[in-house]
Write a protein that binds this ligand. Structure first.
Ligand code: DGL
Length: 271
């Protein structure tokens, strides 16, 4: 039993989809979210830069006395998870590993698809982990326009449908039986993606997968909190106004009094 909060960070607002799933599975845990909205997107930055940002985010969360860190951002998970684990002595969970484990449980044919930001797909991290866990037929594609669509709230209209049809072409006609939604924003487009690919393709929401993995990990290490108040605090590095509007859309709830501005300048750290 450990009442300290769980820290969750993302490049921006999209990681709230991960916080949402953690809240569903672990309603008693206190959660602190950090969205690096001043420096989003990470998907177009170099590996070195994303690792440095991830270190600063982690140091900020550690200053809030978190007991575990969840990297909600796929791009940061692809590039920084190993470094953070080697530097910090607390559980650090990355969303990519959770998605791959879930894919192994769900795919029957072993034909797997993965979509993500350009940086995530280029990093080859999903492919490497999928191969390691036995997949040999892997199709991956970057779907960069899904991020702005989700932020705009255009998740189930004609534009979203047209964009999705174009991106998802390689995954149709039995090419895969499961598709990993490898980006914080993509679960918001689940309806459109599901309609286009049909029932034969199961959609793997990494947000759900990492929440389940976190639950197991906390129980195994005696860090769980089953009687807490489930308090939430949301920090953002840029104006909280946009975070309030878009974040509310991602979470489907009003963040109003629980939003704060985070200043990461004191957490800069040479790596
Ligand atoms: N959070 C990022 C991810 O999951 C998407 C937005 C970005 O490029 O920073 O990869």
């Amino acid at each position: 039993m450990d009442e300290r909060p769980i820290g969750i960070f993302d490049s921006g607002i999209g990681g709230l989809t991960v916080l949402h799933e953690i809240g569903v599975l672990l309603p008693r845990e206190n959660l602190i979210y950090l969205g690096d909205t001043a420096r989003v997107p990470y998907g177009t930055k170099s590996i070195e830069t994303v690792v440095r940002y991830s270190v600063e985010n982690t140091r900020f969360l550690l200053s809030k006395d978190v007991k575990a860190v969840v990297i909600a951002c796929n791009t940061a998970s692809a590039t920084a998870v190993d470094f953070l684990r080697s530097e910090y002595d607390l559980p650090v969970l990355g969303v990519i590993e959770a998605g791959v484990e879930e894919a192994r449980r769900r795919s029957r044919t072993g034909k797997i698809g993965v979509i993500g930001t350009s940086a995530t797909i280029q990093s080859g991290k999903y492919e490497a982990l999928l191969r390691k866990s036995g997949f040999t037929q892997i199709i991956s594609a970057a779907c960069p326009l899904f991020v702005p669509l989700a932020e705009e709230g255009w998740t189930d209209n004609k534009v979203a449908e047209d964009v999705a049809r174009t991106y998802l072409e390689p995954f149709g006609n039995g090419a895969v039986d499961a598709l990993i939604l490898g980006c914080t924003h993509y679960p918001l487009l689940e309806n459109v993606i599901g309609r286009i690919l049909g029932d034969g393709v199961s959609l793997i929401n990494s947000a759900k997968a990492i929440a389940a993995k976190l639950k197991e990990r906390l129980a195994a290490t005696g860090l769980q909190n089953e009687s807490g108040a489930g308090e939430r605090l949301y920090f953002f590095t840029d104006s909280v106004e946009r975070a309030r509007t878009v974040g509310g859309r991602f979470l489907g709830e009003n963040l109003e009094n629980r939003i704060r501005l985070a200043d990461l300048s004191e957490f800069a750290h040479p790596i």
